[in-house]
Ligand binder design. Sequence first.
Ligand SMILES: [Zn+2]
Length: 391
Amino acid sequence: MIQTIKLYDDKPYDREFTAKIINIAEAGEGFLDIVLDRTLFFPEEGGQTCDNGYICDLKVAHVSIDDGVITHRIQCAATALSEGEEVQGRIDWEHRFSNMQNHSAEHILSGLLHNIWGSENVGFHLSDNIVTLDTSKELEADEIKRLEKSANKVIYDNIPVDCRYYEPSELSAIEYRSKKELKEDVRLVTIPGVDVCACCAPHVSRTGEIGIIKIIKAIRYKGGMRFTFLAGCRAYDHITALQDMTDNVSHLLSVSSDKLDEAVSRLMKENEEYKIKLKNAAAAKLGQEIKALSKDSRNAVLFTDPIDNIVQRNAVNDLARSHSGVCAVFSSDGAGGYNYIISYPEGDARDIAKLMKEKLTSKGGGSKDMIQGNVKASEEEIRRVLDFQNE
Ligand SMILES: [Zn+2]
């Protein structure tokens, strides 16, 4: 089949087109695969998702390319379209322009990474909501800030972006980034002073149209970095959502947004202090309960609010001095269960661990003298299991 004319190569800003259907094939489940003589629909290619839109008011579900032939998958009756027919196509411009902004942004970041740090682009994925860029060298936090700032400077400079094909004879004199060894005519995307890269996708005509580039995440990945970034409308939406969240939190804490970090640090410190106070109060209450226990009972099983592990262990040792049966303190873990420490002076504490594991699927273990662990069960359920000793 003859290769499809890619209208988006020369006219990335066109939104509507007419074309002739040159092939129709049934694709199953009510889908038809349509090949046109020419198209504005960019197919899924080079890490970028395909364009959305309509052909004859029928929604295009997917666009793919194979050996230069672009196929549009459409859900419709087999009789809805016929070969030789002239059709109208319309791409989803908002989606396309967002992809152009984000793809051009990727070239700027990759070009800067290459020029400043000698880092190669080793992976790129432009989905409808997230853009990731994998590079070959690790960068420090201050370098990432420099990268982002330099990329936005390229936007302010509003540099023209040139996209065109070069013959192999011309290419030998040009230095450009490419992941593959290319033999045919190559389409180069040139941002003068920033980047030259082989690429098949539509780009903005000047860098100023990108608006903004925001790196929202940078992690070390396979010996290099994985950057997640947003550009243009997507970055604007992201920043707006963050602003809304900041405003809500400022309102909740009754502080201005520039004082939020101080306010949160203060709250965390207060929270830690309260936790210590609560643990101390629980320890004091536990001490009272230990005193109030009848010395005659064999078992001594107590439940408490969260307490310090050392206090809990000392309490169990106290109990074990005056009781011969199961001596246990269950301290609430704040998540519907208990952290336990158990001693069993007249037997082997590991038998109690075994029993609790069997009946309550508890976790933990220890020695003959003492066991500790966690159990997700209520006080009532635990007491019922340990009742075997309460004669
Ligand atoms: Zn590209």
